[in-house]
Ligand binder design. Structure first.
Ligand SMILES: CC(C)(COP(=O)(O)OP(=O)(O)OC[C@H]1O[C@@H](n2cnc3c(N)ncnc32)[C@H](O)[C@@H]1OP(=O)(O)O)[C@@H](O)C(=O)NCCC(=O)NCCS
Length: 245
C-alpha cells in the first residue's frame, strides 16, 4: 500500500480517525507518569519535527511515530534510564544549549486493521531518515515489548533474552527493530513510573484492589504494587534499550 510521510503537525486529522489510529494502542494508565506530564509540553513544542504520520491514499492516518534528540556518547551505561528520562534529557539538553547527536525513538503506533504488514518498520525508517537529516547520527529506542504483558512476572532481563527458533526475538516489536538492523543494548527496568491513588488505579484497570499487595493488571508489563494505607499504587514499566546500526 502506498503511504506518504508527513510531519504530524502538518495538518489536523478528524478526531475519529485519530481515535481509530490509537484505539488499540496503550493501556489507560500510560498517562500516569508524573515526570512525563511535566516535560511533554516542551517536548511537543520543541521537537515536533521528529513526530511523523503515515497517510494512506485516502488521506487517512495509518501509522505514527515520534522521537526526541539527545546528546549521547555512545556508551550503554550513559543512556537515559528509559523513556521518561530520555524526554527529560532532551528538554534539559536543549535548555543547556547542548548539541544533540542522537535520536531516541519514543514510540510508534499502527492502526489496528493494518497491523502486521510492515507499516511500523516504514515508520521507524522514516524517523531514522528525519533524524539523520537533523544531524542525529546515532539512533536508540527504549522499546516497549508488546507481548511482555503476557509475562508480567518475568524479569525484563530474562524476557529480553527469549528468542524463537530462528534466533529472532520472541517479542514481535523487538523483531521489527531487529529487522532494521537494531540490537539489544540493555534492560531499562524502570523506563517509566506510573503512580496514582487506589481509586485511580481501579478506574484505569477496571479492577478492584481490596488489599495492599502486588497485582497483575491488564496491559501491564510488570506488577502494580498497591498500598492501601497510603492510598497509593506504583507501577514501574520495563523497556529494552535497542540501538539501530
Ligand atoms: C507494535 C506495532 C507498532 C507494530 O506494528 P506492525 O506494523 O504491526 O509491525 P510489523 O508489521 O513489523 O509486525 C511485527 C510482527 O508482529 C506481528 N503482528 C503484530 N500484530 C499483528 C497482527 N495484529 N496481526 C498479524 N501480525 C501481527 C507481525 O506478524 C510481525 O511478526 P514477524 O516478525 O513474525 O513478521 C503495532 O502492533 C502497534 O501499533 N501496537 C500498539 C502500540 C504499541 O505497542 N507500540 C509499541 C510501543 S511504543
Amino acid at each position: 500500500m502506498a503511504v506518504t510521510i508527513e510531519r504530524s503537525d502538518a495538518r489536523a486529522w478528524p478526531d475519529e480517525q485519530m481515535a481509530e489510529l490509537f484505539s488499540e494502542g496503550f493501556p489507560d494508565f500510560i498517562v500516569a507518569d508524573r515526570l512525563v506530564k511535566e516535560y511533554i509540553g516542551r517536548v511537543r513544542e520543541w521537537f515536533t519535527g521528529l513526530d511523523l504520520t503515515l497517510v494512506d491514499e485516502h488521506q487517512v492516518p495509518v501509522a505514527s511515530g515520534w522521537g526526541v534528540p539527545i546528546q549521547w556518547d555512545g556508551v550503554t551505561e550513559t543512556l537515559p534510564t528509559g523513556y521518561t528520562d530520555a524526554l527529560v534529557r532532551a528538554v534539559e539538553d536543549r535548555e543547556k544549549g547542548l548539541e544533540a547527536d542522537t535520536l531516541v525513538i519514543c514510540g510508534a503506533v499502527v492502526t489496528p486493521s493494518l497491523k502486521g504488514r510492515g507499516l511500523a518498520g516504514e515508520t521507524l525508517r522514516a524517523l531514522r531518515r528525519t533524524g539523520e537529516e537533523a544531524g542525529l547520527s546515532k539512533v536508540v529506542a527504549p522499546v516497549r515489548p508488546t507481548t511482555k504483558a503476557l509475562y508480567p512476572l518475568t524479569p525484563i532481563e530474562t524476557f529480553m533474552r527469549w528468542t524463537r527458533e530462528d534466533g529472532m526475538a520472541l517479542d514481535p516489536w523487538i523483531r521489527t527493530h531487529q529487522r532494521l538492523g537494531a540490537t539489544i543494548l540493555s534492560a531499562a527496568p524502570a523506563s517509566q513510573t506510573m503512580t496514582g491513588t487506589v481509586a485511580e488505579w481501579e478506574q484505569w484497570t477496571r479492577m478492584a484492589f481490596p488489599e495492599s499487595g502486588d497485582y497483575v493488571i491488564p496491559g501491564g508489563l510488570s506488577l502494580l504494587r498497591v498500598d492501601r494505607t497510603s492510598d497509593h499504587g506504583v507501577y514501574r514499566e520495563p523497556n529494552i534499550w535497542m540501538r539501530h546500526s
